[in-house]
Unconditional design. Sequence first.
Length: 74
Amino acid sequence: MTIPRDLTDDEKLALAALLKRTIENDRYPLSPRRRPLKAIPAKLEPLRPVAEPYPAAKQYKSPRAIRTERRGSR
């Protein structure tokens, strides 16, 4: 059985959804036949935009250190 390569995006999404439901409702969740099936929906669904990482956390400084910086080093 071969899958046609000219599927539309809607058809790919429907096929991925059907496969996901089939995997979730499988009677034997630990069966080895599920492993290759789990990789297929990721290949059928269109790529999602990658989320940008959070900005770096600010370095904590005690109030005394902040006052010292503002005055300048003596």
